[in-house]
Design a protein around this ligand. Structure first.
Ligand SMILES: Nc1nc2c(ncn2[C@@H]2O[C@H](COP(=O)(O)OP(=O)(O)O)[C@@H](O)[C@H]2O)c(=O)[nH]1
Ligand SMILES: [Mg+2]
Length: 285
């Protein structure tokens, strides 16, 4: 399965540029997709960010399973990783971000106050893998549409600070990091959420993964949303895909049924679904 093409050169350059940007900020805001919190994070995130205070954002929670989002948030918080949940598509997360940033930077801000520094502005940068919602999130915080540019050579020389209505300023260039791509299943999940360009993955593989996942974690998607009866539930995944193809009037064009399932899942019309389950200790808590 093909995934996003990243080359060592790109990675090294992205990392170098981000490390330059990091010197300018008080806080890193890492944005990931709440439907795939682990698969939509960069494998070397903590190494790249190092000691810089770091806020994790589980975005797209409007599309994710609320129970799972809560469990993932608890899981990360229990690991000492401050985490908030957002739906940047529909809501402005500014107050939440400011509040959490104040908590994370409490000591630094107190020190500034002690030294008589009146400026309490927190400078932050957004960071994350493609499609996690960085641009959407940043535009929400700033309250308008700004031309957000990706990492390219030279941009670190003339950074612009975007002001918000709070004591928060954000760098106008989010850091774009690569996802984990060494694992087939991660590629499938990234494809299902729309993070991988069409044509770079096999729609039927991705759909078979989804059908199997629904069986295990969201059987109601099969029975209620796709109208699968008890008998059909016993079919193998490929046979189930063929049965659904007929049922939805696509005759034997199973690719069209596969596309429909992928499209409906991304849109949220199959319900709120998280494609990776939080570790059990977090769900029990
Ligand atoms: N439903 C939903 N869609 C979102 C959310 N945030 C971003 N998106 C959508 O996800 C896609 C990628 O967002 P974008 O901001 O371009 O991601 P970037 O590549 O990280 O800059 C776009 O189609 C956005 O409209 C969210 O919280 N909920
Ligand atoms: Mg973007």
């Amino acid at each position: 399965m093909a995934t996003i093409q990243w080359f060592p050169g790109h990675m090294a350059k992205a990392r170098r540029e981000i490390q330059e940007q990091l010197k300018l900020v008080d806080l890193v805001i890492e944005i990931c997709d709440a439907r795939i919190p682990e698969s939509s994070r960069n494998p070397m995130m903590n190494e790249i960010v190092q000691q810089k205070p770091h806020l994790l954002v589980l975005n797209k929670t409007d599309l994710a399973d609320p129970k799972q989002t809560k469990a993932w948030q608890q899981y990360y918080e229990a690991q000492g990783q401050p985490t908030i949940v957002t739906d940047a598509q529909h809501q402005n997360p500014l107050n939440l971000v400011q509040q959490k940033a104040n908590e994370i930077l409490k000591e630094k801000l107190a020190l500034r106050a002690q030294r008589g520094i009146k400026n309490m502005t927190i400078r932050a940068m957004c960071m994350g893998v493609p499609n996690s919602g960085k641009s959407t999130f940043l535009n929400r915080l700033v309250g308008k549409n700004v031309a957000v540019t990706g990492n390219r050579p030279g941009v670190t020389k003339n950074q612009n600070w975007l002001k918000t209505k709070q004591n928060l300023e954000i760098l106008d260039t989010p850091g774009i990091l690569w996802p984990k791509f060494d694992d087939q299943e991660i590629g499938v999940k990234l494809a299902l959420t729309g993070a991988i360009k069409e044509g770079l993955y096999h729609e039927d593989d991705v759909t078979l993964f989804a059908l199997d996942y629904f069986r295990n974690y969201y059987p109601q998607v099969l029975t209620e949303k796709l109208g699968v009866g008890p008998k059909q539930l016993e079919l193998s995944d490929p046979d189930l895909l063929l049965a659904l193809t007929k049922k939805f009037g696509f005759k034997d064009e199973y690719e069209r049924m596969a596309q429909k399932i992928i499209f409906d899942l991304r849109k949220g019309s199959l319900g709120r679904i998280t494609l990776e389950q939080a570790p059990v200790s977090a769900t029990e808590a």
